[in-house]
Structure formats: structure tokens, C-alpha cells
Design a protein around this ligand. Structure first.
Ligand code: SAH
Ligand code: SF4
Ligand code: F3S
Length: 453
């Protein structure tokens, strides 16, 4: 009998990938994905612990779902409530105490055990709790992923050994592990066979990738990218997230000679102050970042950059913040995310002296976001009039409208027939909005395959 499964995903792209893998592993048990929780037999919240707000959202959602569960029980039905992801990993038994009505709480490294966990939850009244870091890799036991459209995520590396002092990821995802190169190539081949044209390689620190290869060596991320570029049918490759201190010479060179590699890089810097970067344990200075960007741009002159920033890190002064603004001016970002520092339980920064008061964080965030938004708008404006190859991967809100992604990850809207869906089409950008571009089909057919004309 078919069971309805609703998965709600919070957090980063890896959680998006993981949610799809959970659906894959539950499909043989008869679970069919549904968009709304109301009719579901099982709801999985795939959670994020990165900032307090993200983690707290989970509890308000759980409260709502508990009411749904009670209503279903009155009708004689059962709703299985499950919590996966980084909050489940971080809180484990604590979550069971705080929300005793949940049926399952399990961490990111246990997803291959889901069929067995579901069977236990269906039988017993007791909560199923699994926050192990198992010896066997989930990747060896999860079924091959099913593609959903022309773009796909592919996790190549998981966990982190860098221990930035503000960050929970090394605790929630565990130690850094790279998947063997052959497994990654296999998964990519299967995705391409299903029509995937663009793959984004995922890892918490993806450029530390060192996957075992058949010849007994370890492949770097650059070598892996070269291997993927050789797959017929795969047109575009991206990777995220990178740590500036782990950008190697061969990766910079790949940006020069692998045309599949999109000219857009998310390279979080967090701060422009050396003092703050040291306290964050980032292991690079602001000028190291500037030099790195120069080298990347020398390799790929049309490279656009995206970044992450934290304002109000403990001890951050007005001068430190001014250094961040100076770095923003110097580099020029096409897009960026910025956050107020959130003290996370168990991380060194949470216990540091000099916690910055909330109003100051708020004010710095507003100033920084204003600068970043202006840079984004200016960058989008430079695209007007250019012809870009756009991977059309969905339908727009209006009928006859398709949406896609430019090489620089901008959303692009265009009036176009359905038969170009799933292809890379040359489009002339005619207008720039705050968060998207409008385009028309280009007359020229001499557009370069992978970058801006
Ligand atoms: N692996 C990525 C970061 C993943 S978390 C990297 O190394 O860059 C995504 C972003 O969330 C981080 O880059 C950081 O800017 C932000 N972040 C992480 N912990 C945070 C905290 N405690 N408070 C505020 N922002 C945080
Ligand atoms: Fe967190 Fe990224 Fe630092 Fe790892 S490198 S600890 S994931 S911010
Ligand atoms: Fe959040 Fe975990 Fe990703 S904490 S950002 S879901 S690795």
C-alpha cells in the first residue's frame, strides 16, 4: 500500500540533497512524496542548527505537526513524526525530552538505516533515536539518486575538520569524509543519463576533497572536476562551499582550463578584519583573501564572486567592521549572504568575552546588507544587453514563461516554448531586477557555450 511522505527541508544545499536521498531510500517501502503535511502518513523535518533562529523554527513547526498528529489520531489514523538533520544530531535526547510526541530523531549519517527505523517506529510506542556516526558509510548503502530536472546536487565530501570557532557543523556532520572518486563519477553518469546537464558538487568544505581513486592515489577537487568534465552530456559544473585557505593551485588552474566550470564561486570570507578572522580560527587574513580573488580572476577573468559574512562576532569593534566594508568595496561581490553572529551552544565563540549587543549587530548588518545589495544590483545591471547561456530548468509563474539560471546563478525569466525546457539556451538579457533578470531569446546562434558574450 502507498504511504504518503512529506519532507520539509531547512538549511543548506546538502540538506536538499539528503532529503532527496531519504525519499529514495523510503520509496521501496511504498512511500510516495507529497507537497503538504496534511495528508501525509509520515513527516520528516530535515533541520538546520547553524543559527539559533534556524533551530527554533523546528520547534514551532513541531508544535503545529503535533496538533495535526492529534487530529489524525482522533480519526483513527497514525502520523509518524520524524526529525532528521543537524538539530536532531545536536540535540538528540534533549529534543525527545522537549518534544516527547516525536517518533523518530536521527542524525545525518544514519539515513541508510531509515527503513529499519521506520519499521521500529511503526511497531513500538517508544521513540527511535539514532545519532550515531556509523562505521559503514551511508553512501555505500543508499540507492542511486533519481534526477529531478536538468540540475542536480551531488555530495562529494561531508563533515568538517576546520572548527571555525562560531560553527556547529564539525559537531553535527562529524569529521570530514570524501567519497571515492569512482562513486562520484558513477553517480554523475547516472544523473546525466536521466537528463541532468548541470551538477553542483557539495561539501561543507568541498575544496578539501581528497577521494580515493582506482589507481590508489587520492583525487583533489580539481582532478575530480576534470574527470566529470570528460563525461559526455554534462555541460556545467559548480561546487560549494569553499574555504579560502583550501583553494589550491590546481583548483585555480581548473577555473582557467575547464570550460564546464561555471564562472561563479561562493567563497565565504566571514570578515575583513585580521583580528576577527584569527579569533574565528579561519586561518587566513583579509589580504590573503584579496590575493586569492586576484589569482582566481587572473585564471578566469569573468569570474563572479559570492560570499558569507558574520557581523558582531565577539570582540568585533567599529574598526573591525570598517575593515569588512573595505574588503567588500575592494572585491566587489555579485551576491552575498550576511548574518548576525549567533552564539551556538558548545562552540568556543559562544563563551568568548566581548559579545556584541544586539542593536549594534543589527545596525552593522543593515549597513553591510545595503552595500552588498547595491553591489548585486550593479552586477545585475552589467548583464543587461549581454547574451548568456541560460539553463532553463523550470516554468515561470506566468503561462508561456520559463525560468533558468545564468552562469552566475542569477534567476532568468523568458517567454519561450516548453520544448527548450531542460536545455541551455542563448538568451539576451533585457532587464535587471533586484533578484532576477529578464531575457528574450537571442537571434545570434554564435553565443559562446558557457559564458557571457
Ligand atoms: N561550510 C561553509 C559554511 C557553512 S555555514 C564554510 O566553511 O564557509 C554557512 C554560513 O553560515 C557560514 O559561512 C557563516 O557565514 C554562517 N554561520 C555559521 N555559523 C554561524 C553563527 N554561529 N552565527 C552566524 N552565522 C553563522
Ligand atoms: Fe563551519 Fe565551514 Fe568553518 Fe567548517 S569551514 S567549521 S563548515 S564555517
Ligand atoms: Fe545547517 Fe547542518 Fe547545513 S547546520 S547549514 S543543515 S550542515
Amino acid at each position: 500500500m502507498a504511504h504518503k511522505l512529506h519532507i520539509k527541508t531547512y538549511g543548506c544545499q546538502m540538506n536538499v540533497y539528503d532529503s532527496a536521498r531519504m525519499a529514495d531510500v523510503l520509496a521501496p517501502l511504498g512511500f510516495v512524496p507529497v507537497d503538504e503535511p496534511d495528508a501525509a502518513d509520515m513527516v520528516i523535518l530535515n533541520t538546520c542548527h547553524i543559527r539559533e533562529k534556524a533551530a527554533e523554527k523546528v520547534y514551532s513547526e513541531l508544535g503545529r505537526l503535533n496538533r495535526l498528529k492529534a487530529a489524525r489520531r482522533r480519526d483513527g489514523d497514525r502520523l509518524i513524526l520524524a526529525v532528521a538533520g543537524c538539530v536532531a544530531q545536536a540535540e538528540g535526547a534533549e529534543m525527545v525530552r522537549r518534544a516527547p510526541y516525536v517518533d523518530m530523531v536521527f542524525g545525518p549519517q544514519t539515513y541508510h538505516r531509515l527503513p529499519e527505523m521506520v519499521a521500529r517506529a511503526a511497531r513500538a510506542g517508544a521513540v527511535v533515536l539514532d545519532t550515531d556516526f556509523p562505521e559503514d558509510s551511508k553512501f555505500d548503502r543508499l540507492p542511486a539518486p533519481a534526477a529531478a530536472g536538468p540540475t542536480a546536487f551531488l555530495t562529494v565530501q561531508e563533515g568538517c575538520d576546520r572548527f571555525c570557532t562560531f560553527c556547529v557543523v564539525p559537531y553535527t556532520r562529524g569529521a570530514e569524509v570524501s567519497r571515492p572518486a569512482a562513486d562520484v563519477l558513477d553517480e554523475a553518469r547516472r544523473l546525466v543519463a536521466q537528463g541532468v546537464r548541470e551538477i553542483t558538487l557539495l561539501g561543507q568544505n568541498v575544496n578539501s576533497y581528497h577521494g580515493a581513486a582506482a589507481d590508489g592515489t587520492a583525487w583533489s577537487l580539481a582532478r575530480l572536476i576534470e574527470g566529470l568534465a570528460a563525461l559526455p552530456g554534462l555541460e556545467r559544473i559548480r561546487y560549494t562551499t569553499s574555504h579560502p585557505a583550501d583553494v589550491t593551485d590546481d583548483l585555480i588552474a581548473a577555473h582557467r582550463h575547464v570550460p564546464h566550470l561555471m564562472p561563479y564561486l561562493h567563497l565565504p570570507v566571514q570578515s575583513g578584519s585580521d583580528r576577527v578572522l584569527t579569533a574565528m580560527n579561519r586561518r587566513h587574513g583579509a589580504d590573503d583573501y584579496r590575493r586569492l580573488v586576484e589569482r582566481l580572476r587572473a585564471a578566469r577573468p569573468d569570474l563572479a564572486l559570492s560570499s558569507d559574512f558574520i557581523v558582531g562576532f565577539p570582540g568585533e569593534t567599529d574598526d573591525d567592521f570598517a575593515d569588512t566594508l573595505a574588503l567588500v568595496e575592494d572585491v566587489g561581490f555579485a551576491q552575498a549572504y550576511s548574518f548576525k553572529f549567533s552564539a551556538r551552544p558548545g562552540t568556543p565563540a559562544a563563551a568568548m568575552d566581548g559579545q556584541v549587543p544586539e542593536p549594534e549587530k543589527q545596525q552593522r548588518l543593515a549597513v553591510l546588507q545595503d552595500r552588498l545589495q547595491r553591489q548585486q544590483a550593479a552586477f545585475n545591471q552589467t548583464c543587461v544587453g549581454r547574451v548568456m547561456p541560460v539553463l532553463l530548468d523550470g516554468r515561470g509563474r506566468r503561462s508561456g514563461q520559463l525560468v533558468g539560471r545564468s552562469p552566475y546563478m542569477q534567476a532568468v525569466h523568458v517567454e519561450a516554448p516548453d520544448d527548450v525546457l531542460g536545455t541551455v539556451a542563448p538568451l539576451r538579457i533585457v532587464a535587471a531586477h533586484a533578484n532576477s533578470l529578464a531575457a528574450e531569446a537571442a537571434i545570434e546562434d554564435t553565443v559562446p557555450a558557457r559564458a557571457c558574450a
